[in-house]
Design a protein around this ligand. Structure first.
Ligand code: WT7
Length: 655
């Protein structure tokens, strides 16, 4: 089983527990009895959670489970945008701030629910004018600006599934996502601010849509004011078409199972999977989890999730969950060290942030920058701290609790995935005694197990595979256009038990707490981003100098895992002295261009052979030993057992 290096050894000796304070527990949104209540009648529990939303038509049945296909709140009808925006205005909260927005250069915007309602309506009207109809797919590649949220909500309002693509993805990654979803419209911007400088966006999206016949229009938000190439007839400025629209729009209520969005994530093959989420169940679980896990209090809390809108965390915990719960959120455009390393703390102080939700990789970066930086700011407004995206090592957890939370805030380590749609395993901040490094136990209404190779629960004190053994409302409804891959990826491994295979290894301790250890498949987790080894390998071999490539995720103190590539160069390339530093730089840049900068290998090693089994499968385990500077493990199943010696010697001699 793949292990996330240092994490596992640290976790096995971790025994500290941190119960909530009496004061916190007394005011918490969820109480201990919720677990038993949900266990007694799961359907009734979820029906109760669905009451958080406003339904145009109530459901007839909570769940229709035709394994592995779920329908939640069958027969119910609702509109997601109405639930996230209009109903709060109708209930008299139009003047409440929905978003405090901070641009990287220091420009700011404050958007109330009433303003958000007008913007969403205008944008929905503009999309209709551009020919978008219910069911059409809309691709969105935007920086972290309010228009990103508005665009998503406008799509939701029309029942036109969005497909948001992270701003750091390359033109070819955007193109393949547009092609797979057959998107009709692309929403993008002229540029984006990154590390204090305006950078390109439109040039890249232009490359992506150069040959995507389904795209009829490109709607362009002005952000950096950069001069951009323009295709008359196809390209339209956001302000030209949105600003002149009426600011009301009569929405339609959609079926509870109407598609809300497609979001692409890496799987174990080179082709990303379009994860499909639908309406009623998804919004129910987003709202419920945001309420109980962050102890969110509408009108009082100031909530900040630092994710990018291009990932599922941005979808569920910047847009849908918080807005359904009438949150006041902070949204920040830039990087955490622009213009200085105290930017996040400065923002928490400025806005009185009470709930802060971020990723372990960033916490480790803050640790590296030093505790004296947060110490300079007033962080006393903070009440709950969240973590997501990868296993959090106990040291980072403790640092977070101490230097950000001043030992006064519950830390909630939340395990979930793009596929699960919303948080699944997490402490309840007013109930659970937290353990540094453990996501603890499934939330009320959720069921998970740790099982062995044959799918049997391993029992306390043991490790195995993490599975989900009951359907949940926000679960993916499939992979866009590929039912077979959906069955194969998630439901084939433990078909007999009917369990969902999450792809993670986990341990269950003597108290029944779950410790998620990391992926057990060929998926890497770099700074909380999922990247498949095969995806990077195919990018490498698409370069003319590369004959063969093998990629592994090696543990990395800051990013969790780092990408390490082993490549065999083509004969003529070697003769060309193409194995030098320059060609390695060229290959790293090539991967960035093919996939995006997040997929750039940390290290590329040029080798003459790769370790393979007799059946030709690359033994990544052995390459990981090299990448992590460990003694090389068992080589007896190699077709040629001398290969590892050759690789090790070659690398020592710098060949
Ligand atoms: C994978 C899912 C969920 C939003 C961000 C990532 C890892 C996620 C945790 C956690 C240990 C975690 C898992 C999972 N992961 N949260 N709290 N502890 N591991 O979404 O890109 O779909 O990745 O991230 O390996 O399978 P994603």
């Amino acid at each position: 089983m793949a292990e996330s290096g240092a994490t596992l050894s640290n976790l096995s000796t971790e025994s500290r527990t941190f119960p909530p304070s009496e004061e916190f527990a007394a005011q918490a949104n969820a109480t201990a009895d919720w677990y038993a209540r949900a266990d007694r009648d799961r359907a009734a529990f979820w029906a109760e959670q669905a009451e958080r939303l406003s339904w145009a038509q109530r459901w007839d049945e909570v769940l229709e489970w035709n394994a592995p296909f779920a329908k939640w709140f069958v027969g119910g009808r609702l509109n997601v945008a109405y639930n996230c925006v209009d109903r709060h205005v109708e209930s008299g909260h139009g003047e409440q701030v929905a978003f405090y927005w901070e641009g990287e250069p220091g420009d700011t915007r404050v958007i109330t629910y009433a303003q958000l309602q007008r913007e969403v309506c205008k944008t929905a009207n503009a999309l209709v004018e551009l020919g978008v109809k219910t069911g059409d797919r809309v691709a969105i590649q935007l920086p972290m600006i309010p228009e990103a949220v508005v665009a998503m909500l406008a799509c939701a309002r029309l029942g036109a599934p969005h497909s948001v693509v992270f701003g750091g993805f390359s033109p070819s990654a955007l193109r393949s996502r547009i092609e797979d979803a057959q998107a009709k419209l692309l929403i993008t911007s002229d540029g984006q601010f990154r590390r204090g400088k305006p950078g390109p966006m439109k040039e890249n999206t232009d490359q992506a849509v150069a040959d995507t016949p389904t795209i009829e229009h490109v709607l362009v938000v002005k952000r950096t004011e950069a001069e951009v190439p323009w295709t008359e007839g196809r390209d339209i400025w956001w302000h030209d078409v949105v600003d002149r629209q009426p600011d009301t729009h009569q929405f339609e209520a959609f079926d509870s199972e109407h598609p809300l969005y497609v979001l692409y994530t890496s799987g174990t093959t080179g082709k990303p999977k379009g994860i499909l989420h639908t309406t009623g169940g998804y919004l129910t679980q987003c709202a419920y989890t945001h309420h109980v896990v962050f102890d969110h209090k509408p009108g009082q809390s100031v909530y900040w999730c630092t994710a990018d809108i291009g990932w599922v965390t941005g979808h569920s915990y910047i847009v849908y969950g918080p807005l359904a719960n009438r949150a006041t959120s902070l949204m920040y455009e830039g990087t955490p060290n622009t213009p200085h390393e105290g930017r996040h703390w400065e923002l928490i102080q400025k806005y009185g942030v009470t709930i802060y939700y971020t990723a372990p990789t960033l916490i480790r970066t803050f640790m590296k920058w030093g505790a004296e930086i947060p110490a300079k700011y007033d962080l006393s407004s903070l009440k709950v701290l969240g973590s997501v995206g990868e296993p959090i090592n106990p040291e980072a957890w403790m640092w977070y609790r101490e230097h950000v939370g001043h030992n006064n805030c519950p830390v909630v380590d939340t395990w979930w995935q793009t596929e699960t749609g919303a948080i699944m395993i997490s402490p309840l901040p007013g109930v659970t005694a937290a353990k540094p490094g453990s996501a603890t136990r499934p939330l009320p209404g959720i069921s998970a197990e740790v099982v062995n190779d044959s799918g049997e629960p391993v029992g306390r004190g043991h490790g195995g595979y993490l599975v989900l053994n009951e359907p949940w409302p926000a679960m993916l409804r499939g992979i866009w256009g590929d039912e077979e891959r959906y069955r194969e990826t998630y439901w084939a491994r433990f078909a007999e038990q009917g369990d969902y295979f999450a792809g993670d290894g986990a341990k269950i301790d003597e108290d029944g707490a779950i410790w998620v250890l990391g992926r057990v498949d060929d998926v890497m987790n770099v700074s909380g981003h999922r990247i498949s080894t095969t995806e990077v390998e195919s990018a490498l071999v698409s370069h003319p100098t590369v004959a063969e490539a093998a990629v592994v995720g090696a543990s990395d103190v800051t990013t969790g895992q780092g990408i390490v590539a082993f490549v065999i160069m083509r004969g003529d390339a070697i003769a060309d002295e193409a194995t030098g530093a320059e060609s390695i730089k060229m290959l790293r840049d090539h991967v960035a261009a093919e996939i995006g900068p997040i997929a750039k290998p940390r290290q590329i090693m040029v080798v003459e052979e790769l370790p393979k089994t007799r059946s030709g499968k690359i033994m990544r385990r052995l390459l990981r030993d090299i990448a992590e500077n460990r003694e090389i493990g068992d080589v007896t199943t190699l077709a040629d057992s001398s290969v590892m010696d050759q690789i090790a010697t070659g690398l020592r001699e710098g060949k």
